[in-house]
Design a protein. Structure first.
Length: 288
């Protein structure tokens, strides 16, 4: 895991250094992309790609694209018009470090850079692969995925959702981009089968929901210092959460159930799923 975290960090650093953009914009883009983070979505790209024997050079570009979309989403999520957070990964949020206009533009630039990375000839992807991956990432991050989940989350503020509605929010807001990371990695392979894609999609759906369930738990149990962002913000902001809906212990049990189901989903994918299994375990055992 550490090997691929270091690999994507170096790749992101190099690609951001090579941008021909105004220095303040570059600095803001680098600030939110390179300042910490588990590189979880990038690791999922590598893990699913390795499971289908995809070349590493293709996975680098796609992993970077997922990290750029994730970084943009965090910048915008922290804005005063959204969650109005002051801390992210233990540091001032982008709009605090720079200013609101710069933060918005940095997020916009990172979002479009993601698709540039995939479509570029240097990605090593075929035209068909680049098209499929761009489409999957657009759907996962757009109005039916992450962005759609965000607006549902905003509309649900100060309203306790039922379990079905809450799951819908989480599967869109968090799970859709996680699913995109897994599938986009698999699409980098030359001989990926529909059966493999189906199993990987089930895996991604399970860990995507588990990720958000654990997030809800950590918001209660972890400190601001441990999280690198304000703890207790879900309750303070009137957000619906799994602990509020089904209780803390049942939420922990649900996360474990989703983890077990994710492992079952990839049992027949290939003989190279160890990183996928490690990442699923990381989701439910993480402390921040």
């Amino acid at each position: 895991m550490l090997e691929y975290q270091q690999r994507i960090q170096a790749f992101l650093n190099a690609s951001l250094n090579n941008l021909d953009v105004p220095e303040r914009l570059r600095a803001a883009m680098r600030y939110s992309t390179l300042s910490g983070g588990k590189r979880f979505r990038a690791l999922l790209v590598y893990a699913s790609g390795l499971a289908v024997n995809a070349p590493l050079n293709r996975l680098d570009s796609v992993a970077a694209a997922l990290e750029y979309v994730h970084a943009y989403s965090l910048i915008h999520d922290d804005l005063p018009a959204m969650d109005d957070d002051d801390l992210r990964r233990g540091l001032p949020t982008n709009h605090i470090q720079y200013d609101e206009a710069t933060a918005i533009l940095a997020g916009d630039a990172l979002q479009t850079l993601a698709f540039e990375m995939i479509a570029s000839a240097s990605s090593g992807l075929s035209d068909a692969q680049a098209r499929s991956i761009c489409l999957k990432l657009a759907v996962g991050s757009g109005q039916t995925g992450m962005v759609g989940g965000q607006i549902l989350d905003i509309q649900a503020t100060n309203h306790q959702l039922d379990r079905r509605a809450l799951e819908n929010v989480h599967r869109r807001k968090t799970g859709a981009l996680i699913n995109a990371a897994v599938i986009c990695g698999a699409l980098c392979g030359d001989h990926t089968t529909e059966s493999q894609l189906s199993g990987l999609s089930d895996y991604a759906d399970n860990i995507g929901l588990a990720f958000q369930v654990v997030d809800d738990i950590l918001d209660i149990e972890s400190s601001t210092q441990e999280l690198g962002k304000p703890s207790g913000s879900d309750v303070e902001n009137g957000k619906s959460t799994y602990p509020a809906l089904i209780g803390l212990q049942k939420s922990k049990k649900l996360a474990q159930t989703l983890y077990q189901e994710s492992i079952v989903s990839i049992a027949a994918i290939s003989d190279n799923t160890s990183l996928l299994e490690d990442l699923a375990k990381l989701v439910v055992e993480r402390t921040k």
